[in-house]
Design a protein around this ligand. Structure first.
Ligand code: CA
Length: 227
């Protein structure tokens, strides 16, 4: 899951960014409306946007308007100090999915982020299984035969990417996109390391991650030894 934070308050932006990263999301931060519009019209899809209204260059309302005019349906939470009824109505009418007023509670913002991401996955079975391995995409946890599998946030993101594409190859680029924001130095070697660790951890489920040379990875049941 990839989140964009558009917030010009340095302290708040850093805090939000850190908190969202800890929850396992790939996070990009921009400090003005122009950069927000630019990154949102790029090829990289975002799963959610946290948008301040009082932004330099282009204000949040115009960022949102531009986004919806391009028919981009990414969920947007407006996070602003403006608490007037008129602003709330305008924000929601322009196509925001939620509106929170500063000062806000961080756990509540996180819950609202989860709620919107969940809605985005409507119709997708939240629990994906491969052999004895199951992955709960809403609770973001993996189990082997009902027992919780301990994974780091990065390993979890790799597993999530693979499990949502069972039967399909996931390329290294797709994994890099899911795991890293623009600002982070991403290397494909790191992906190999995560895949290696993940393989060991899911082995007891009789599941493996196959390397498809030149294409990427696919999660599959390990080949059974024929008797
Ligand atoms: Ca601001």
């Amino acid at each position: 899951m990839r989140i964009l934070i558009a917030e010009d308050d340095e302290v708040l932006s850093d805090g939000l960014c850190r908190c969202m990263k800890q929850s396992g999301y790939a996070v990009d931060c921009v400090k003005d409306g122009q950069s927000a519009s630019l990154i949102l019209s790029g090829e990289q899809p975002f799963d959610l946007v946290i948008l301040d209204l009082g932004l330099p260059k282009v204000d949040g309302f115009n960022v949102l308007r531009g986004l919806r005019e391009k028919n981009k349906q990414v969920p947007v939470i407006i996070l602003t100090a403006r608490d007037a009824e008129g602003d709330r109505v305008k924000g929601l009418d322009l196509g925001a999915d939620d509106y929170m007023v500063k000062p806000f509670s961080l756990p509540e913002l996180e819950a609202r982020v989860r709620a919107l991401l969940r809605r985005g996955q409507c119709g997708v079975n939240p629990v994906l299984t491969c052999g004895a391995l199951s992955f709960d995409s809403v609770g973001r946890r993996a189990q082997i035969n009902g027992e919780l599998l301990e994974l780091t946030t990065r390993e979890l993101s790799v597993l999530e990417a693979l499990m949502t594409r069972i039967g399909w190859v996931t390329s290294k680029e797709q994994l890099l996109e899911r795991l890293y924001s623009y600002a982070e130095e991403a290397s494909s070697n790191a992906i190999e390391v995560y895949i290696h660790r993940l393989r060991k951890k899911i082995e007891p489920a009789g599941v493996t991650v196959r390397t498809i040379r030149g294409l990427g990875y696919i999660i599959d049941k390990a080949a059974e030894t024929k008797s």
